[in-house]
Design a protein around this ligand. Structure first.
Ligand SMILES: *[C@@H]1O[C@H](CO)[C@@H](O)[C@H](O)[C@H]1NC(C)=O
Ligand SMILES: *[C@@H]1O[C@H](CO)[C@@H](O)[C@H](O)[C@H]1NC(C)=O
Length: 380
């Protein structure tokens, strides 16, 4: 009996315990729900909104392979060169014919403030250029007034003075306008300046930014051979900050045109399917002074990438340059996950300056900041 009493009272105790524990679990669940709702409403949701605000660009770039397919691939033209191979043989290697005399070549650029890059560019190609055409504006693409930097440094370019057609254009200074409109306006002005410079049908015209530098031998080949496509894009190695950071070898925007009056337009987008391999260098943000970086970040058509003012902090910029990191804290612009993920993080350092523009090495002291191992920039 006693034992039964004991066991029955134990049983009722157990039931009580069970009910109590269920109730308390329920209470916990309710409280837990409240807590969850609370966390979602006041912690997760605001952090998600903040994260999208701060990293929105990253989110869209990371999803790019899902929403955008890569552009139509180029038809790659192999490029052959050795100093001791004759021009007749070089033309033949490319499937072209040597001409009796070379074509005339025009090099046209829109200038902002890249004095060093312009020097290295013109020293590289000047034996083969008929006329150097340079246009500068007193407005950046983002409608900020700027000095006429070329005019102020013109004496540094004595070596091409006799072959220079220089033009200026006043900015339109339209507030809040898309920078690509001012850029397009300046490009149309280059078309006019080219005619002033005397370009004729079937002359060659190099269309590229100042920091897209064709190899001298590439330009020499194109002017001596009959047979290259009438419009051919030039494939350059992409460098960032200096020749220490070789991002990839996929620069393609520069192009060489057989000029046709009324048809040829000075633009910077894709105009043909042909891409001549390994034809030079594209050195982006290759500036001597930190202030040049700040200016460029505010001046060019992608100024919208400066989403936070701390991006313009000189200390941060210096650190980013030395690390080979991204000035805008952006993800790589790629169309496949293989490439996007492969390119995340800083660019590896390169210690080779074997294939760089010759003028750089002949003046290594002056252009030290462009060579591997010299990431520290001048202040101011
Ligand atoms: C090119 O040929 C010359 C004369 O035969 C020779 O002295 C020179 O070393 C050669 N250059 C290269 C880069 O092979
Ligand atoms: C820009 O140049 C144009 C044409 O020379 C001139 O009329 C204008 O005043 C200049 N604007 C600035 C802000 O320098």
């Amino acid at each position: 009996m006693k034992a039964d009493d004991y066991s029955s009272s134990k049983k009722s105790d157990e039931i009580c315990d069970k009910v109590a524990s269920r109730l308390s679990r329920l209470r916990f669940m309710i409280r837990g729900l409240d807590l969850k709702t609370f966390i979602i409403l006041f912690v997760l949701l605001p952090s998600a909104i903040l994260a999208i605000y701060v990293h929105g660009q990253k989110v869209t770039y990371f999803l790019r392979p899902l929403w955008q397919s890569p552009p139509k691939p180029f038809i790659h033209l192999p490029h052959y060169y050795h100093a001791n191979v004759s021009m007749a043989n070089l033309c033949k290697l490319h499937g072209w014919e040597i001409r009796d005399y070379p074509r005339r070549v025009y090099d046209a650029v829109l200038f902002s403030n890249e004095i060093d890059m312009l020097t290295i560019r013109w020293k590289e190609i000047y034996p083969y250029i008929t006329q150097f055409v340079l246009l500068e504006s007193n407005s950046t693409f983002t409608s900020i007034p700027k000095p006429l930097n070329f005019a102020m440094n013109r004496e540094k370019f004595d070596f091409i003075e006799s072959r220079l057609t220089y033009g200026t254009i006043g900015g339109r200074f339209v507030k809040g306008e898309n920078p690509f409109i001012e850029e397009a306006y300046q490009r149309v002005a280059v078309d006019h300046l080219l005619r002033v410079a005397g370009i004729e049908d079937d002359d060659l015209l190099i269309m590229s930014d100042v920091d897209e530098i064709p190899s001298a031998h590439t330009i020499n080949l194109l002017r001596w051979c009959d047979g290259p496509p009438p419009i051919v894009h030039l494939n350059f190695k992409n460098y960032l900050y200096s020749f220490e950071f070789n991002l990839d070898h996929k620069s393609w925007r520069a192009s060489v045109h057989r000029y046709q009056k009324g048809k040829t337009r000075y633009v910077h987008y894709r105009q043909s399917d042909y891409l001549l391999a390994d034809s030079g260098w594209h050195c982006s943000f290759c500036f001597r002074k930190i202030s040049d970086f700040v200016f460029k970040m505010k001046a060019y058509s992608h100024a919208d990438r400066v989403r936070f003012t701390h991006y313009l902090d000189p200390k941060r910029i210096q650190k980013v340059i030395c690390n080979g990191a991204n000035l805008y804290d952006m993800l790589p612009e790629e169309y496949t996950y293989r490439e996007l993920i492969g390119k995340m993080g800083p660019i590896p350092h390169s210690y080779s300056a074997v294939h760089v523009p010759w003028y750089l090495l002949n003046n290594a002291e002056k252009y030290k900041y462009l060579l591997p191992g010299n990431c520290i920039r001048e202040d101011g």
